[in-house]
Design a protein around this ligand. Structure first.
Ligand code: NAD
Length: 477
């Protein structure tokens, strides 16, 4: 039976009732259809005070519980999300715009479940540093207290879980501010989490920028986990300095991919495409500029185009769509501006690049591939964060590596070649938190993930991620 025949689609009203979401406040519309999905609450700095006070109280008892008990609760939260997965995915699709299928809404909800289970399974025991004639020293990992989490609109549920799961696991409470563009997805997720979690440990204050600012400066918050733009990250670090908070920063990227001259264009086309167009290009660590050797340049362009033409774009609740709209008008304007800059420079548009005359109601921009573009064009040097990929021709590998490293950001990167030794040699020279070989953007809860340069500080996931939401305490006998 196809998913379409078996799926019941809940109306926005039914979803609001199901997840106990507000019936008044700031209007939130579906970016694909402009239909009202619901209303966001309008909290302010006082609500942050209240949330912090509740979280601080709840955190004390939580920290006293055994780590294994906290892990059991994370597992129960994963089960609760699994039971609500389809309704969560439908709400996410309606609010964020991403289709239900493909690497989109259902995939995102499944990632929440997977990350919770993985985070609960990591072992982080006290470490004996030495135990000899000079004495014994043991390092313990203590909770930091209350974590302030601030998130973006592109993967609102999954990124919230990336912040919540390790924080809770290590004995912290969380005060979370979702993006003002996607508050309902996070409120619904928190509703499910809080049906399992002891009261007070997860507080969502779904406000706008002022709420983020209040969290960044609040004396009752010990650590900020932030995912969003580099510009906002810098503002938060400045604000957090007033109380010397710890910070983990997952910021913007402009990931390069380098296709070597021995790659097979037909074999890599699908993975290249999804490396760039996952979540309609609105992904921090997706392929945003592709460097292709001159000898196979035309073939790679042709194969990418051939594959891209088979991937349907449209409203999220249509089961056949795999690409959706931009999430908001502001992001659509950024994408339009960058493609216009490319066209003005004489770059060759292989497909897309124009809004259709009969443009749909939503913030759609067609899948766009741009060839013969200079490395210094704004579409290459700025983060487009949309369904557009510039493809740059290179002649020598040194030149490609230099271009790949030439920007002040360094989140992900990729190398495409069937030769593992060549891949390794190039990967070693790339300035990025992660380099993938023959794929791009495949995060894994066991691999620490983070950016270098202006893409961030610190890492998430794995044991290293747990350490970021803990304080190291050495006891020396
Ligand atoms: P954004 O920086 O505009 O907003 C992110 C969050 O910060 C929102 O909740 C917003 O309300 C809040 N905020 C804004 N100004 C603030 C301030 N002065 N103080 C405190 N909070 C403030 O980012 P966005 O547009 O929502 O997300 C897109 C960006 O996020 C892209 O650059 C993308 O690359 C990046 N991103 C990075 C990662 C990663 O893991 N590195 C993941 C996803 C997105």
């Amino acid at each position: 039976m196809s998913a379409e025949q078996s799926t019941e689609y809940l109306s926005p009203r039914a979803l609001r009732q199901h997840f106990d979401l507000p019936e008044c406040g700031r209007e939130i519309c579906d970016p694909a259809t402009q239909e009202i999905v619901g209303w966001a609450p309008q909290p302010d700095a006082k609500d942050v005070d209240q949330a912090v006070s509740v979280a601080r109280n709840a955190q004390k008892k939580w920290a006293e519980r055994a780590g294994s008990e906290r892990c059991d609760i994370l597992m129960q939260i994963a089960d609760a999300i699994e039971q609500q997965a389809e309704s969560l995915a439908q709400l996410l699709s309606r609010e964020q715009g991403k289709p239900l299928n493909g690497p989109n809404a259902r995939f995102e909800v499944q990632a929440c479940i997977d990350w919770l289970r993985a985070t609960a399974s990591f072992k982080l025991e006290p470490e004996t540093l030495f135990d000899d004639d000079s004495g014994k020293a043991v390092m313990y990992y203590r909770p930091v207290g209350v974590v302030g989490a601030i998130g973006p609109w592109n993967w609102p549920m999954m990124i919230s879980i990336w912040q919540i799961a390790p924080s809770l696991r290590m004995g912290n409470a969380v005060v979370l501010k979702p993006s003002e563009y996607t508050p309902l997805s996070v409120l619904a997720l928190a509703h499910v989490i809080n049906s399992v979690l002891p009261e007070g440990l997860l507080q969502v204050v779904a406000g706008e920028r002022e709420v983020g600012e209040a969290i960044s400066t609040h004396s009752g918050i010990d650590k900020i986990m932030f995912t969003g733009s580099t510009q906002t990250g810098k503002a938060i670090i400045k604000a957090a300095a007033s109380t010397l908070k710890l910070t983990t920063m997952e910021l913007g990227g402009n990931d390069p991919g380098i296709v070597l001259d021995d790659a097979n264009p037909t074999a890599i086309a699908a993975d290249l495409f999804w490396g760039a167009f996952i979540n309609t290009g609105q992904t921090c660590a997706c392929l945003k500029r592709l460097y292709v050797h001159d000898s196979i340049y035309e073939d790679v362009c042709e194969e990418l185009k051939r594959f891209a033409q088979t991937i349907p774009m449209g409203p999220g609740l249509n089961e056949s769509n795999l690409l959706g709209p931009l999430q908001n008008a502001q992001q659509l304007n950024i994408v339009k501006r960058l493609v216009e800059a490319a066209k003005d420079s004489g770059a060759r548009v292989l497909m897309g690049g124009e809004l259709p005359q009969d443009n749909q109601a939503g913030y759609f921009y067609p899948t766009t591939l741009v060839a013969d573009i200079d490395n210094n064009n704004p579409l290459v040097t700025e983060e487009q964060f949309g369904p557009v990929l510039p493809i740059i021709r290179y002649h020598t590998l040194d030149q490609a590596i230099e271009w790949a490293n030439s920007l002040p950001v360094g989140l992900g990167s990729s190398v495409w070649t069937p030769d593992p030794e060549r891949a390794q040699a190039v990967a070693q020279q790339l300035e990025a938190g992660t380099t993938w070989i023959n794929k791009h953007g495949q995060v894994d809860p066991r691999m620490p993930f983070g950016g270098i340069k202006q893409s961030g500080q610190g890492v998430e996931f794995g044991i290293e991620g747990l350490k970021q939401v803990a304080l190291q305490h050495v006891i020396h006998h």
